[in-house]
Design a protein around this ligand. Structure first.
Ligand code: ASP
Length: 351
């Protein structure tokens, strides 16, 4: 099949899903809290199509030919940035990568000026990571194109949550998370991955357990119990505990999160060694989960702290699958956002 025919096939299938089920109208993707369950399913189906592209000898389609994707990362990243850039290139977009360490940001240029400059230089889709929660929301206010949040502060990491969901669905019978126990163990307090996963996993109907030392769960109890699901049907409650055995016991999915030392003020943990002893995912703890349970980690891993090295490479670990699925999920999102332009004009409210 020619590259053009392949692109048309991808477009046809995704377009088919749109007309049959749901129309993607979001101009930006800043978090998963504004995305409905049918829209998440559209993302999952479009990701299936992109996995099909990635399975071919030539992993490239011209779906975004001539579209300009710019990555602007104010914080360190390996997998998210490379994954977005690979995804954009696989769709034949022109990719510009701005590293703030070598840009005019070091000369004091503001975020707003930087974004206006990138737009003047032709950026149409801006993938952004920032250490300040809400920075991509500010970018979305002023940028004329589409903003994709690649992680902001403690707040949100929507593409990580979506690739986590996709990976879990691949491993669960019928891809159904309803009633499945998912335990997320680690530094919940500082984790944008945990926050975005709360939205998507409760929307999927999972029995979600968040676990860590009490100091790293602050505020989660109130969210877990006082919350009525908000405006989005299907989003629900979750459990919060410092009892790691209770969290992991009979789980279908166990996810470890990194201790985010760069975000941590003193006094929250006695020591990493004590954390590893009390909360680290070691083989003994993981054996409490279901025999077919999978082990996940968004990376980067601190082996020997939140996850034991033998667990990270065990047959249950799907950590490299998460990374590979990240490319397909990001291809799907770039594709959907780029196609949302027309609809977005009439749906300014639906950001
Ligand atoms: N890579 C993820 C993030 O950017 C998780 C982490 O850094 O620990 O939030």
């Amino acid at each position: 099949m020619s590259v053009e025919a392949e692109a048309a096939a991808v477009g046809r299938t995704a377009g088919h899903a749109r007309t049959q089920e749901v129309v993607w109208h979001h101009r930006h993707l800043l978090d998963v809290d504004v995305v409905t369950w049918p829209e998440i399913e559209l993302i999952m189906r479009t990701t299936d199509e992109m996995k099909g592209v990635l399975a071919r000898p030539i992993r490239k389609v011209p779906a975004l030919n001539g579209r300009r994707v710019t990555t602007l990362f104010y914080e360190a990243s390996t997998r998210t940035r490379v994954s977005f850039e690979t995804a954009a290139r696989n769709l034949s977009a022109d990719v510009v990568s701005v590293s703030t360490a070598t840009s005019s940001v070091t000369k004091g240029e503001s975020l707003v000026d930087t974004i206006r400059t990138l737009e003047a230089l032709g950026a149409e889709i801006l993938v952004m990571r920032h250490s300040v929660s809400g920075a991509p929301h500010l970018a979305a206010e002023i940028f004329g194109g589409h903003v994709l949040n690649g992680g902001d502060g403690w707040h949100a990491h929507p593409t990580q949550a979506l690739l986590d969901l996709y990976t879990m669905r691949q491993h669960l019978p019928d891809g159904d998370l309803r009633g499945r126990k998912v335990a997320i163990v680690g530094d919940i307090l500082h984790s944008r991955v945990a926050r975005s996963n709360i939205w998507s996993l409760t929307a999927a109907g999972a029995d979600l357990w968040l676990c860590g030392p009490a100091t790293l769960l602050r505020g989660m109890d109130r969210w877990a119990t006082a919350w009525d699901g908000g405006a989005i049907p299907g989003h629900g409650r979750f459990h919060v505990t410092s009892d790691v055995d209770a969290a992991v016991r009979d789980a279908d999915v166990v996810m470890a999160l990194r201790i985010q030392r760069e975000r941590m003020q003193g006094g929250l943990l006695p020591s990493l060694r004590e954390y590893a002893a009390r909360f680290g995912l070691n083989a003994e703890r993981v054996s409490l989960a279901k025999p077919e349970a999978i082990v996940m980690h968004p990376g980067p891993m601190n082996e020997g702290v939140e996850i034991a090295p033998d667990v990270a490479i065990s047959g249950r670990a799907v950590i490299t699958e998460q990374v590979a699925n990240g490319v397909a999920v990001r291809m799907a999102l770039l594709y959907l956002l780029a196609g949302a332009h027309e609809a977005a004009v009439g749906h300014e409210a639906a950001r």
